[in-house]
Design a protein around this ligand. Sequence first.
Ligand SMILES: *Cc1c(COP(=O)(O)O)cnc(C)c1O
Length: 233
Amino acid sequence: MSDIAVRLDTVRRRIGLAAADAHRSASSVELMAVSKTFPAEAIRDAHRHGQRIFGESYLQEALAKIEALADLRPAIEWHFIGPVQSNKTRPIAEHFDWVHSVDRLKIAERLSAQRPEHLAPLNVCIQVNISGEATKSGLAADAVPEVARAVAALPRLRLRGLMAIPEPAQTLEAQRMPHRALRALFDVLRNDGLALDTLSIGMSDDLEAAILEGATIVRVGTAVFGTRDYASH
Ligand SMILES: *Cc1c(COP(=O)(O)O)cnc(C)c1O
């Protein structure tokens, strides 16, 4: 087995154990393999071992890989998880299945307007700045309900839920707090009548905490592909 196959098995076991702890089925948590900085061949390797959903953060790099791996579609899905600049929305709307990092209504409006008619509506999550850090991207929690209603009304988008990248924390309890806050906001929106089904939380170091708080997609990079080398970015 390749290193990636071994690590995928390990991550799937972690997801299964955390789901059992949370009294959830393992199938209620999807694994997104975050392949940023890794080559197309690493993605092919992961796909051979059953991985279906891939996350990318850097647009140019992602577009090159999507093209190189065109033969794997539609068996694999591409999820954009990086910051979205408003002058880069068109290629994102044209080439991705999901965008997890919508943090302004203007971005959502552009993605909706630019989503090609022959494709299904683009799945989106609103990224929430749940730890309230001044420097991190994401919409402030108190602004989310109004923006969520507006995004849900856009014709070529399908609002699926919320995404967050909480501040790293050392203990399971500390990791759970921001995830719990995001889950509470998610429940408020659902009680308001929005048909959301996705909580995009949990990464290599905190996926157990996220699953305990209701994660439906965990975004795992390092634990699947190994340590990233950012030299080229
Ligand atoms: C890179 C990245 C991840 C994966 O992080 P790891 O710690 O390597 O698992 C998840 N989400 C986002 C938004 C990322 O940019």
